[in-house]
Write a new protein. Structure first.
Lengths: 622, 406
């Protein structure tokens, strides 16, 4: 009995930090509609700044309660200020842009903060200071419970209560609630949205910082904690319902308890459990436990010109490009070919992703699952069936498509951020299974020895194969989007109601497009496996999905040729920057600069400049 | 602080180059390029020290006149902790930079990826840090050698002493990924062979760097073990140690823990480092062997910081490659280098080491002892150096697991 009680209390205490972080994330999303990927970085900063301030205040005022707790509070305030700064300097400029822009900008912020933290605090893990007088444990029915856990157990409900008072008893709270319900209306009524948003960012970041600072006595600070908390925080927000603070609390408690009892009964389950819960909740309650459906017209639509067939000049240019690429072995060195192979494969992957993000209007956060799915399909065939390369490359796309078909069935029932989150959850489930099912997939040690057939073992030959497959794939996708199938897909994106009215089954159309996109991502994955000679779970991890989104974005969301430009730009940029010590800082700044300066992306920029000449009309819509 | 370190680090390097220019006058000779792939951003706490170790060895070799009058040049690249990126970087180092040898790597999966790259492209690869047994066994190949004692070897070192402990109820806790699974499997196998009376009463598998320490400690306690084998490290270890101490898990429990005595892991625990855990590690300030002490002085003079296990491995990796290059007379032909590396003997601060020809594993050992706290800092007591050659995987195991390659 005592054991179960203590296990419950332990679950509650581990829920506290998670709740604080998730509450901030949920608040920011609810009001500003920004999916703030940098939230984990604010959590990390809270821990590091907390460490420094506890030591500093301890020296100044003696190591008592006052110094310790005020240091934690000041750390959270400092993080709040940093969050507000990010909002003012970067995000405020791009609220009118599609949601993807803010997402990519916050991703740039993550990279910048990672390098600055390393630079400021050094690479070593830091042990958190103990809270004064709270070392050791108290006995509860004969079982020990660390004293500090009591503080954490109390912190959750206290913050929830303060939040409730703030939202229901202050003018700021009224505005926040109003903005969560209908942002345009609040603006129309004359409320200064800019400061409201900055205030919300301050508060949200403050909570993330507080979460990071409060967990110091349980662990400490390290450079991996930003991504560590991010996935869990997103799960809590989505399970609770985006924008709902009470929902976040409920979800944090639920997940905390599941983790606590999960390790007792199924010790291996730790990674997959959380995402499984998220998937189940979203399938049963698509908007989370306490969330509400998105109001129509609330999310910013990506206003797009209709796609037009390109003129002969553009076709000639594309042909010249392919001819130039085919001749690359003549004018490029060995390493140039390696880079080109990477670029082509990623371009195919990005084009597949773009088909669902751009014309499909559905942002998938988990497309690495199908890229990795194709790669693993090929690798597993090599390992267990010993089939030759050509057959495996043919089988990789249908395998990935099958995965996309199954996952897509659940996902297309949702839209907007919920769709994005569910795709992420499923991708993480697939990743966890591959990562932890070592006996079949080799776990994180991956599958090695994915050798190419003798006829393609030469790099030049393989390059030509990749060029042929990727060109064919990209052309097929392009053709699909210009066909009736593509028109129906775009109709569903631009006006679901009217599309339904003329007899298009929008869900089915999206489901088919999702599956098709998965198939092409799978082809890219299969080619990637043979290019590297090995496959690892990293191929289906979050980072790979993000890379895809950044490539789509770099190239320009509204351009069919964008992904190609984006893949080339990102791969080339990484190649240059990887030789420098602080490449993350530079890459992050580059990403932010593109968001602010070239919101239409590289291909969009080129199109605006030269589009008329090549028979593509420049943008009409503002 | 960083700048001062860099300046002091740069001095011997400059002096080395200057000395070389004036003494041998071999300005025209092309340098021998060694490509170093490491997780400089993902695992910064390890790789920074590894790089210092490598650079110190190279500076010393070059100050001595290099290899046949040619200096060694180290070209370092970050792999961002991604095997796919590591392969791309390896391609870049080989085809664009024209490196003759690949080395470095920290994470096991990256070690395996680069090993497979080395076999495919016929480049010599010295895996300095990765622990996975597969690097020299299942994934082993003609061109891959490994310096650091593998998971199996470190587990065997610990099992030797652990088997003397009367505990019969054992539980394990390890991060749920290849390294953790491999370590638990190896330790269990060796222990059960030595002590058939042992009962394995529980195993916990927290997710890597996402441990829910309180719940894991409770689950371990529920199994009522006399002894625990721990493989968690880094931030997970700090949380596990705190929760375990607060909840009294370690009071009457004998704990055996992999790598915990290495400065990388025990130093961040400060005065909360556990007492009396049997660990592998590196008591850097307690080793009194004259060759080692002399090396320690040189290292601290160069970097104004103490060495970590990464420094030792990095330094020795360059000594090994330097010795192999000496043996071939500066010839960088990979086939000749492979022949030179097999059975190569090279003198290090840890004594004379060698690469076993059958599996290309070096005989570098590890320090085994008990953790303790001295002057508010975690360290090791009653330790000894366990020479690697005593704990190499048995030849039958190599023959069974390692793919046939000449």
């Amino acid at each position: 009995m005592g054991f179960i009680l203590v296990q419950i209390l332990t679950g509650l205490s581990s829920a506290a930090s998670l709740f604080l972080v998730a509450a901030g994330l949920s608040l920011i999303f609810g009001v500003t509609r920004v999916v703030n990927f940098a939230h984990g970085s604010f959590y990390m900063l809270g821990a590091y700044i907390g460490l420094t301030l506890v030591a500093l205040f301890g020296d100044l005022f003696g190591r008592g309660h006052l110094a310790f707790w005020s240091a934690l509070l000041c750390a959270a305030l400092a993080v709040g200020a940093i969050g507000a700064l990010v909002e003012i300097v970067i995000l405020r400029r791009i609220y009118r842009s599609p949601e993807l822009f803010q997402l990519v900008a916050t991703f740039g912020v993550i990279l910048v903060i990672q390098d600055l933290t390393l630079w400021g605090w050094g690479p070593e893990d830091q042990l958190g200071p103990r809270a004064p007088d709270l070392r050791g444990a108290i006995m509860i029915m004969g079982e020990p419970l660390p004293r500090y856990d009591l503080v954490l157990i109390a912190a959750g409900p206290v913050v929830l209560l303060l939040f409730w008072l703030l939202l229901n008893r202050t003018r700021f709270g009224i505005l926040v609630r109003a903005a969560t319900a209908d942002r345009e209306m609040v603006g129309a009524l004359g409320v200064n949205q800019a400061w409201l948003f900055t205030g919300v960012f301050f508060l949200g970041s403050f909570l993330a910082g507080l979460g990071g600072a409060l967990q110091l006595p349980k662990g400490g600070a390290n450079l991996l904690m930003d991504f560590g908390v991010l996935a869990a925080a997103f799960v809590v927000v989505v399970v609770g319902g985006m924008g709902s603070i009470a929902g976040a609390f409920l979800a944090a408690v639920l997940i905390g308890q599941l983790q606590a009892f999960g390790v007792l009964f199924i010790p291996q389950s730790t990674l997959v459990m959380m995402f499984l819960v998220m998937a189940v909740v979203l399938v049963i309650r698509p908007f989370g436990l306490l969330g509400r459906p998105e109001l129509v017209g609330q999310g910013r639509q990506m206003l797009d010109d209709p796609l037009r067939p390109t003129g002969w000049r553009f076709k000639a240019l594309a042909l010249a490009l392919v001819a130039l690429l085919a001749a690359a072995p003549l004018w490029l060195g060995d390493y140039g070919l390696v880079l080109l192979i990477d670029i082509l494969i990623l371009a195919l992957f990005a084009t597949a992703l773009h088909a669902i993000i751009g014309p499909g209007g559905l942002v998938s956060f988990g497309h690495a699952a199908y890229f990795g799915g194709g790669a693993y399909a090929a690798a597993l065939l090599v390992k267990y069936a010993g089939t030759p390369m050509s057959l495996n490359l043919v089988l990789a796309p249908p395998a990935a498509a099958l995965l996309a078909l199954a996952i897509g069935w659940f996902c297309v029932r949702l839209s907007g951020v919920y769709f994005a989150m569910l795709t992420l959850a499923f991708a993480q489930i697939v990743w966890s299974v591959v990562f932890q099912w070592g006996t079949v997939t080799g776990g994180d040690d991956g599958l090695l020895g994915i050798w190419r057939s003798p006829w393609a073992s030469d790099r030049v030959a393989y390059y030509w194969l990749v060029l042929a497959c990727c060109t064919a794939g990209i052309l097929a996708l392009r053709h699909g989007l210009h066909s009736p199938f593509g028109y129906a897909l775009r109709a569903g994106r631009d006006s679901p109601l009217r599309a339904e009215a003329i007899g298009i089954d929008v869900r089915r159309q999206q489901w088919a497009a999702f599956t098709l996109s998965g198939a092409f991502a799978g082809l890219a994955g299969g080619l990637y496996a043979y290019a590297k000679g090995s496959v690892f779970p990293n191929e289906m991890a979050i980072a790979r999905s993000f890379d895809g989104i950044i490539m789509v974005f770099f190239g320009g969301v509204q351009q069919l040729s964008g992904p190609l430009a984006g893949a080339a730009a990102l791969t080339w940029l990484k190649d240059i920057l990887f030789r420098l010590e602080m490449w993350r800082l530079l890459l992050g700044l580059a990403v932010i600069a593109v968001v602010l300066l070239f919101p239409q992306g590289l291909a969009g920029f080129l199109k605006a400049r030269f589009g008329r000449f090549f028979g593509i009309r420049p943008e009409l819509s503002a | 602080m960083t700048t001062r370190r860099q300046v002091t680090a740069g001095v011997p390097r400059l002096a080395a180059i200057a000395a070389l220019l004036f003494t041998t006058g071999s300005l025209a000779a092309e340098p021998i390029k060694i490509g170093d792939i490491n997780s400089y951003t993902r695992m910064a706490q390890h790789t920074e020290h590894a790089k210092r170790g490598m650079q110190l060895a190279i500076d010393e070799i070059n100050a001595d006149g290099g290899i046949n009058g040619r200096v060694i040049e180290l070209i370092s690249r970050d792999d961002a902790g991604e095997p796919g990126e590591a392969i791309r970087v390896a391609e870049e180092l080989v085809s664009r930079e024209g490196v003759d040898i690949l080395t470095g790597t920290t994470l096991s999966n990256i070690g395996l990826a680069v090993a497979s790259f080395a076999a495919q492209n016929k480049v010599l690869y010295l895996a300095a840090e990765p622990l996975a047994d597969a690097v020299t066994l299942q994934g082993g190949n003609r061109y891959t050698f490994r310096l650091r004692p593998s998971t199996y070897m470190q587990a065997a070192m610990l099992a030797e002493l652990a088997a003397d402990n009367p505990a019969t109820r054992w539980a394990t806790i390890a991060p749920n990924y290849a390294y953790g699974q491999e370590a638990v499997a190896a330790f269990k196998a060796i222990m059960s062979e030595r002590r058939p009376d042992i009962e394995w009463v529980g195993e916990q598998w927290p997710a890597l760097f996402a441990i829910d320490a309180g719940a894991e400690v409770l689950a371990l306690s529920a199994a009522e073990p006399d002894a625990v084998f721990n493989v968690t490290f880094g931030a997970d270890l700090a949380k596990f140690v705190r929760e375990g101490a607060d909840r009294g898990l370690f009071e009457d429990t004998f704990v055996v823990s992999l790598l915990t005595g290495e400065p990388e892991y025990i130093d961040p625990l400060e005065d909360e480092a556990p007492e009396g855990w049997l660990v592998t590690g590196y008591p850097w300030d307690k080793i009194e062997d004259p060759a080692y002490v002399e090396w320690l002085d040189r290292y601290q003079a160069a970097y104004d910081d103490y060495p970590r296990i990464g420094s030792v491995v990095g330094y020795n990796s360059m000594l090994a490659l330097g010795a192999a290059l000496e043996k071939t007379g500066g010839d960088t032909d990979p086939e000749k280098l492979v022949e030179a590396m097999r059975g190569l003997e090279f003198e290090t601060p840890q004594g004379l080491l060698t690469f076993r020809p059958s599996d290309h594993q070096a005989s570098l050992g590890a320090w085994v002892g008990y953790t303790t706290v001295e002057d508010g800092q975690g360290t090791m007591r009653d330790w000894y150096y366990a020479p690697g050659e005593k704990y190499l995987p048995p030849e039958e195991m190599v023959a069974k697991l390692r793919p046939a390659s000449d």
